[in-house]
Design a protein around this ligand. Structure first.
Ligand SMILES: Cc1cc2nc3c(=O)[nH]c(=O)nc-3n(C[C@H](O)[C@H](O)[C@H](O)COP(=O)(O)OP(=O)(O)OC[C@H]3O[C@@H](n4cnc5c(N)ncnc54)[C@H](O)[C@@H]3O)c2cc1C
Length: 478
């Protein structure tokens, strides 16, 4: 049996950024095996299928995920694309950074747990990810940046511009992986709002940018291989066990990296007998709700792309001692008011709250060795408290605009599509599953990548952070 220097499970963001850095730092003699449960389902094929069928085209390719776990909570869903490139195929490409204080909310606000790293530790890797993804973003941001965004910012709408004049760096053009101008083999964003299956190949995907990593001659990619267990000996992982075409197969590796997202990383660890209290615990996601504002004498016009701006006005501060931080997204949907003379006198915003991981929201083993069982009992009480305050917060923030009325959605989205915190990072096995370089506290040749490592869930989107963590882990370890 061939022994690999590195075996990587999955081919989404977490795996691809880790692999990229590993190859940069390793010699020509290294051998890497990538095991991907799904297929290579090229963007062009997805588009062809979407054009032929009358179903909600953007989501049809996503259906496969429902069969991958056991779960019976209809109030909350956990969505991902189980194929090459993972959810890069269907993500929206919103890439605001976390704030420096997100990494130390225990120290500052007495809540949850600090990260074992600071914003300064991850900052250079944020820059590297933004360069690889060719993020478009503004010159001025609420978080410090050592390098400018590589592409220009997207255009703001009329209402966005007024909010920016009022709140300066707390209201910015949303940093985005939907290319703001043509770059490499990607087109500029067409603003058609079907980002989940981008019709012009504008947003960053693993397929359109990181395919060369998988074509490296040191790398072997095997599709249709679902890893479900690991072979361990004392405190070392010797290899992985997987199903290939219905057959049980094992591969042996010097180093193993799990990049199969926060559900399956935890499941593989549990199957292998990891008995850390934290493994599988803390399954979380942010929570979002919408509000529509109707104006008296203000036409909302312009703005590029589906989500044009981020507001950080409700984000950081002492309120985090008792309720969740919130990030605001300006939704640039083509909606109109059905009233003569008032068609454009409205704006729609989404308010997204951070969650604090709760131990009884879990990934567990089930009676089927290939399927984890998920249990989700609800978000942290801080989310509800922040939601209760939202009406008055909105009035405070937006009251300088000529508002006629505000319509609160009062409906929480079933998902923000971010699966986090089942293998959290920390200082020792006493408080976490992995260390600051994503190395498992017990199995020191095992990396557990992805947003499962987040000890707390900030309101900002997670993917550039988890990609940056992968770069940092590989850079510090090889
Ligand atoms: C509709 C949608 C919109 C989103 N929009 C945004 C956004 O705007 N901004 C943002 O920051 N984030 C967004 N996200 C979240 C983002 O996509 C995820 O954070 C990101 O994909 C996680 O990367 P990952 O590599 O850890 O996991 P994934 O992308 O889930 O990749 C996991 C990979 O592992 C493979 N795999 C899984 N299990 C196994 C196994 N047992 N054996 C072998 N292979 C396995 C999968 O097939 C896949 O290739 C969105 C997600 C969705 C679904």
């Amino acid at each position: 049996m061939e022994k690999y220097d590195l075996i990587i499970v999955g081919s989404g963001f977490a795996s691809s950024f880790f692999l990229k850095k590993y190859l940069e730092k390793s010699g020509a003699e290294k051998r890497v095996l990538v095991l991907e449960r799904g297929i290579l389902y090229p963007h062009q094929e997805r588009l062809k299928k979407a054009r032929q069928e009358e179903v909600a085209a953007a989501y049809q390719h996503l259906e496969g995920f429902r069969e991958t776990y056991q779960y019976n909570n209809t109030e909350k869903s956990w969505v991902f694309d189980p194929n090459f490139g993972g959810s890069s195929n269907c993500w929206t490409g919103c890439t605001p950074r976390f704030m420096p204080n997100d990494f130390k909310i225990k120290t500052l606000y007495g809540v949850a747990q600090d990260w074992p790293i600071t914003y300064d530790d991850i900052e250079p890797y944020y820059c590297e990810v933004e360069e690889i993804m060719m993020i478009g973003g503004p010159a001025v941001t609420p978080y410090p940046k050592s390098k400018p965004y590589p592409l220009p910012p997207q255009k703001l709408s009329t209402v966005d511009k007024l909010l920016q004049q009022k709140y300066n760096e707390l209201y910015i053009s949303q940093p985005t992986a939907r290319a703001t101008k043509p770059v490499g083999n990607r087109n500029g964003c067409c603003s058609s709002l079907v980002c989940n299956l981008c019709p012009v190949n504008s947003k960053f995907t693993i397929e359109n940018t990181l395919t060369p990593v998988y074509k490296d001659e040191r790398v072997t990619v095997k599709y249709g291989c679902q890893v479900y267990n690991m072979i361990t000996e004392n405190d070392k992982v010797k290899g992985v066990a997987y199903k290939e075409n219905g057959k049980d197969v094992e591969s042996i590796g010097e180093v193993i990296a799990l990049g199969s997202n926060a559900i399956f990383n935890a499941h593989i660890l549990l199957s292998a007998g990891d008995r850390s209290y934290y493994t599988g615990r803390g399954l979380s996601d942010q929570r979002g709700t919408f509000a529509t504002m109707y104006f008296d004498k203000l036409d909302n016009l312009g703005g590029s792309s589906s989500i044009t701006a981020n507001g950080y006005m409700l984000y950081d501060g002492v309120h985090r001692k008792e309720r969740s931080a919130c990030i605001i997204e300006s939704f640039n949907e083509p909606i109109i008011r059905n009233e003569a003379g008032k068609w454009r006198k409205l704006a729609k915003f989404k308010f997204i709250f951070e969650d604090i991981p709760k131990d009884d929201n879990r990934v567990m083993l089930s009676d089927d060795p290939l399927k984890p069982r998920l249990e989700f009992k609800g978000h942290h009480e801080f989310v509800d408290k922040a939601m209760k305050n939202l009406g008055s917060d909105i009035e405070k923030i937006f009251s300088f605009l000529p508002i006629e009325k505000i319509e609160m959605d009062n409906y929480f989205q079933k998902t923000e599509y971010h699966i986090c915190s089942t293998t959290r990072m920390g200082k020792s096995a006493e408080d976490s599953v992995v260390d600051k370089n994503l190395v498992h506290h017990q199995y020191r040749n095992l990396f557990v990548l992805g947003s499962g490592a987040f000890p707390t869930i900030t309101p900002a989107n997670p993917t550039i952070a988890l990609s940056a963590l992968s770069l940092m882990a590989a850079n510090n370890s090889f």
